[in-house]
Structure formats: C-alpha cells, structure tokens
Design a protein around this ligand. Structure first.
Ligand code: GAR
Length: 192
C-alpha cells in the first residue's frame, strides 16, 4: 500500500474521499498522518473518526521554510512516502518538495494553468468562463504548477455563486483525487 501523508487546512472533504476510496478497496494505500495548520479545522474531527493521527503545525509560529521543516519531520516520523495536499492553503518551499521528489501532489479547483491562486473559483466566475473544473498535479516550486495528472471539467451555470460552483467542482475532486494518486504511483513505478 502507498503510504500517504495528507496536508489539509480546512474541511478535509478530500481527505475523507481518499479515506473512503481506501476503505472501499478502490485505492491501495493507507493514510499515515494528517497534518493541519488551523486550530479547529474540521479535517481534525474527520481524521479522528477514521482513526488517523492528526498533527497540528501552526504556520503563525514559523517562517515558510521552518514550517516545512516541521512538516517534513512529522512526515518522516510517520513513514510517509507520498505527500497529498488536500486543501492546503500554504505556499510550500523546496524544504518540502526536495525531500519528496515528484511525490508531492496537489489539488486545485480550476483547470490549470487557468486561475492559479487562492481565489480560483471566484476568479473563474468573474472571467465568465463557461467551463471550469479541477486539477490534480505534481507540485512544483511555483504555486499551482507542475505536471498535470488528471483533470475534470465542470460547467458553469448562469446562476452560479462561488459556493454552488465550488460544491459541484468538489464532487469531481472527490472522484479524481484517489485515481490521480494511483496514477502517480503507477507512473513512478514505470519510470523510477
Ligand atoms: C478544495 O476544493 C481544493 O481544491 C481547494 O481547497 C478545497 C479544500 O476542500 N484547494 C485550493 O484552493 C488550493 N489553492 P476540502 O478541505 O474539503 O478538501
């Protein structure tokens, strides 16, 4: 099984989708640890329900590289091989990326390379695109960039708000993230 470490800042619905895919046998993996950076993040309760250890690292206490060093230490402590950013709202540095070459994955709520950044859903609405979606990619140093593993398209409805659109995008996120993790592992095996 792939040994996953999940980084999440908020609700953790993607964590839950991955946990469910593992439980149903769709993804051959195990979640070693969840790392979160906001006290009271809902992902923490979800982790408890799935009996997954959750470790808090407060980004307010560290500079970016120091935070990543703390995270790397925890990931190593829990024997993690694949780092899965699932709603991780911090910019990561080479301190994390270099430790897990081609093994840090990210999900983003747009069809990259469109609408990078923290307001992707709002920005897509504002641009009046008719189709948006979500992307799973291998994380490079530049924010929301790196080789794309999987994407799903989501139509924008005329009466969409950021909330309604994001909710439909998340349905697709939950579907593709477990598959993209399996694909990344498959690709790594074929070209080590
Ligand atoms: C997801 O929609 C993810 O694509 C987005 O945050 C949400 C987290 O949801 N990520 C970003 O915007 C990264 N810049 P979740 O906590 O319920 O998984």
């Amino acid at each position: 099984p792939l040994k996953l470490g999940i980084l999440a800042s908020g609700s953790g619905s993607n964590f839950e989708a991955i946990a469910e895919a593992i439980a149903s046998g769709e993804l051959n993996a195990q979640i070693q640890v969840v790392i979160y950076n906001n006290p009271g993040a809902k992902v923490c309760d979800r982790a408890r329900r799935w009996n997954v250890p959750a470790v808090f690292h407060d980004h307010r206490q560290y500079k970016r590289r120091q935070l990543d060093a703390q995270i790397v230490a925890t990931l190593q402590e829990y024997d993690v091989e694949w780092v899965i950013m699932a709603g991780w709202m911090r910019i990561v540095t080479e301190v994390l990326i270099d430790q897990f070459p081609n093994r840090v994955l990210n999900i983003h709520p747009s069809l990259l390379p469109s609408f990078r950044g923290a307001r992707a859903v709002e920005d897509a609405l504002q641009a009046r695109v008719k189709i948006t979606g979500c992307t799973v990619h291998i994380a490079a140093l530049e924010v929301d960039s790196g080789p794309i593993l999987m994407q799903a398209a989501v139509p924008v409805m005329p009466d969409d708000t950021p909330e309604t659109l994001h909710a439909r995008i998340q349905v697709e996120e939950h579907r593709i993230y477990p598959r993209a993790i399996a694909l990344a592992a498959q690709q790594a095996k074929n070209s080590p």
